[in-house]
Design a binder for this molecule. Sequence first.
Ligand code: MG
Length: 160
Amino acid sequence: MRVGQGYDIHRLVADRPLRLGGIEIVSPVGLLGHSDGDVVLHAISDALLGAIGAGDIGQLFPDTDERWRGADSALLLAEVVRRVTAAGWVVVNLDATIHAERPKLATHRVAMRARIATLLGIGTESVNVKAKTNEGLDAVGRGEAIAATVVVLLEASTTK
Ligand code: MG
């Protein structure tokens, strides 16, 4: 078995679509980034790459590369999942925490969970998405950013 952890944070700005956990959320503010800024999918990608000892998404998809400008993070995650599979590992479960003061995310957790499970090719029961505020503290608490932390467990595939 292998364990991996991932973390990401992006700045919230006006007039950007808010992509979070692979879904679009109606919001007056969105996440700034070279790609679509989806911190949840970025943290998942880093957790998976960490678990297989393959570096991080900054190495895989450099923000100096024009190919990834405005990129759909689901496509980046798909490439990471392809590498995990090719290396002979399958996801056992994934636990994600979103740190956000705004917008409120409680009504979006079910959709994010389903979308992440689809992207990973596993059942929704193996994916957990939690959302919490930062109690008004720091950049997240001031509503200037959204962060995500993820832990993932892998096991060797039976076809390995
Ligand atoms: Mg990122």
